[in-house]
Structure formats: structure tokens, C-alpha cells
Design a protein around this ligand. Structure first.
Ligand SMILES: C[S@@+](CC[C@H](N)C(=O)[O-])C[C@H]1O[C@@H](n2cnc3c(N)ncnc32)[C@H](O)[C@@H]1O
Length: 270
């Protein structure tokens, strides 16, 4: 069923490795954050937490609702959301290493009651129809090897009236030279193509936010931060891997807002 030349085992292996770096050096997040401008001195964790709120606020969650986080990394956002919004969160990831780290983090932060973490592939969710009130996916769907199938699964596990929110680095126009972040990922899409993908499986897209700030300001922060911890990363992961990451980050952030935008999209199951 794969649209891409990628399989779940390869993707899991990639994230088994990537999450160690993110946990130790990037505050537990493998994605962008939100800063207003160059004078904004919010830390990496604060910036990422702000973006969590911006995305989750589009869902209009009510206390006690059940939220699925699809592609939960090491659980940082799920735990944050459970505490801030009073919802029960199930986080799933394709990486067994991430699921184990998520559970450990939930125990350490006293959130084990409100959260649960499982290894699962969002193309084939181990949940009943209509089990969730909402689904959220932060920079997770760009890994989908069959996007339509994954979105149909989100639709299936949501109750009627349930909401889904996602955030992704996206192309400003079809002509944008934005490349996939690594070989297993999908080709980046525009806001219009994301909208069509959600609509094609029966969602009604209710909100679309396109931010110039997220990509531009995250790029500056992440590149600067990487240089400040580069020696430590080299010591721990070796020079070759460190140079690979450095190159990847420079590639990822070399474009401007005319080519790249950050998309937050929220849709509802009728
Ligand atoms: C770029 S990371 C983002 C992690 C986290 N959402 C964050 O904001 O830090 C992508 C996440 O998607 C997960 N993922 C990729 N493909 C998946 C799949 N088919 N099913 C479930 N999770 C998947 C990865 O394991 C990883 O946790």
C-alpha cells in the first residue's frame, strides 16, 4: 500500500535514533517552535511549548475529552497537553524507543494517570471507531507512506463532530524548491494540497493558519543552538553523524518565507 519508497521498520529505526538527540539536546522536541522576533528570548522548550498551544487551541478541547497524539515523539507535548487542557491523551509512535521514553517521562512528571503511550502505526490504528474526541499530529504526517490511508484512520477513530489538527512545514507555492527533510519522508506539500487531502477523506477544514514566524525564527534558534552543543554532540554521536546533522539542518533552513510557510490546519468530522 506504500505510496513512497519507505517502510514502517525503516521509519521506526530512524526515530529510534533521532529521539535520543532530541531528548538530550533539543528539549524533547523534534520539531519547530514559536518565537515572535529576534529579541524574543524564550528557550527552545518555551518556544516549542508555545507552538503546542497554538496548534491545540484550534481543537477547542473540553476538559475530560480524549485526545490521540499521532506521532508523539518522546511524549513531551502529550504530557504538556494533558496537564494544560485537562484531557486524557493517548500518544502513539512507530518507534519503540520513543514509546519507552514517553512512558518514563510521564512517570517522572506525574502524568501517568492522564496519559498512555503505545507503539502503533497511524496507517492502522489499534483503536475502535469513534474512540476519540480529537486527534493532533505535530510534524508527523510528513512521514506517512500512504497519506490517504492515514487520514482515513484518523477519520475512523474520531466521533462525529470530532476534530483533527496538524502542523507541518509546507511549501508556499508549488514552485517552491523545498525538499523532503530526509529520504524516507514525503515530498513537501502546499496548504492547498493538505486541505484537499483532508477533504478527500470526508473532513471539513475549518481553520488554516500559515505562519511566517515559525520556520524563520526556529531556523535561527536551532542553528545557533546546534553550534553551542556541537562539541558535546560530536563526543556522544561521533564526528560523521554530527556533520550529517549539521548539513541536514543547514539544508532544512536555507530557504525564506517566500518558499516555506508553517501550516496549522484544523478539520472536523461531520
Ligand atoms: C518529526 S517527529 C515529531 C515528534 C513530535 N510530534 C514532536 O513534535 O516533537 C515525527 C514523529 O512521527 C512518528 N511517526 C512517523 N511515522 C509514523 C507512523 N506511521 N505511525 C506513528 N507514528 C509515526 C515518529 O516516530 C515521530 O515520533
Amino acid at each position: 500500500m506504500s505510496e513512497l519508497n519507505a517502510n514502517p521498520a525503516d521509519i521506526a529505526k530512524f526515530y529510534d535514533g533521532a529521539s535520543a538527540l532530541a531528548d538530550k539536546y533539543f528539549g524533547g522536541y523534534q520539531r519547530q517552535g514559536y518565537w515572535y522576533d529576534d529579541s524574543d528570548d524564550a528557550t527552545l522548550e518555551e518556544g516549542a511549548g508555545r507552538l503546542t498551544r497554538k496548534v491545540v487551541d484550534t481543537l477547542g478541547l473540553h476538559r475530560g475529552e480524549r485526545l490521540l497524539e499521532a506521532g508523539c515523539g518522546t511524549g513531551t507535548a502529550s504530557i504538556d497537553i494533558a496537564g494544560a487542557y485537562g484531557v486524557r491523551v493517548t500518544g502513539i509512535t512507530i518507534s519503540p524507543v520513543e514509546a519507552a521514553r514517553s512512558r518514563a517521562r510521564a512517570q517522572q512528571s506525574g502524568a501517568a494517570e492522564q496519559t498512555q503511550f503505545e507503539v502503533a502505526d497511524y496507517h492502522s490504528l489499534p483503536f475502535a471507531d469513534a474512540e476519540f474526541d480529537a486527534v493532533v499530529a505535530f510534524e508527523s504526517l510528513f512521514n506517512a507512506y500512504d497519506l490517504e490511508h492515514a487520514l482515513r484512520e484518523f477519520h475512523r477513530v474520531l466521533r462525529p463532530g470530532g476534530r483533527v489538527a496538524m502542523s507541518e512545514i509546507s511549501k508556499t507555492t508549488d514552485a517552491s524548491p523545498l525538499k523532503r527533510p530526509f529520504p524516507l519522508a514525503r515530498e513537501p506539500m502546499t496548504a492547498e494540497s493538505w486541505t484537499k487531502a483532508f477533504e478527500s477523506v470526508g473532513f471539513v477544514v475549518e481553520e488554516r493558519i500559515q505562519s511566517r514566524r515559525v520556520y524563520v525564527n526556529t531556523g535561527k534558534r536551532h542553528l545557533m543552538h546546534f553550534e553551542s552543543v556541537r562539541d558535546q554532540i560530536t563526543e556522544e554521536f561521533g564526528a560523521e553523524m554530527t556533520e550529517g546533522i549539521r548539513h541536514g539542518m543547514r539544508e532544512a533552513f536555507h530557504l525564506g518565507p517566500e518558499d516555506v510557510t508553517y501550516l496549522i490546519l484544523c478539520a472536523r468530522k461531520q
